[in-house]
Design a binder for this molecule. Sequence first.
Ligand code: FES
Length: 125
Amino acid sequence: MTAASAVPPAATVLVCVTCKSAEGPAGAALYNALEARLADEDIALRPVECLSVCKRPCTVALAAPGKWTYVVGDLSREANVEDIVTAARRYAAAPDGLVPWRERPLPFRKGVISRTPPLAPALTR
Ligand code: FES
């Protein structure tokens, strides 16, 4: 996504850029690969420093207003950029963010660490 807009993107991919592998700064490398790949999509990309799943690098989250948030680990630039793009597209198309299990790329079936429901509207007192 390149232009600022009042309408939020249908999905945001949050990438932990501090995840490290034996080879080095794996999270930053994954982020850089996704930045080029998602440039023309209605999917935002946001770097974050640690999603508290440091033992399962690389870690990403899929989030959007009114949708479930998913945290997924065990991803890499070398093997999973297209899986992340596919998962983000399907997440973006799902009104509540719930993508049927069979429609998820394999790493998004096996690597889910958590899912969190959307926040309800704030209650008034
Ligand atoms: S450093 Fe990536 S989840 Fe903590």
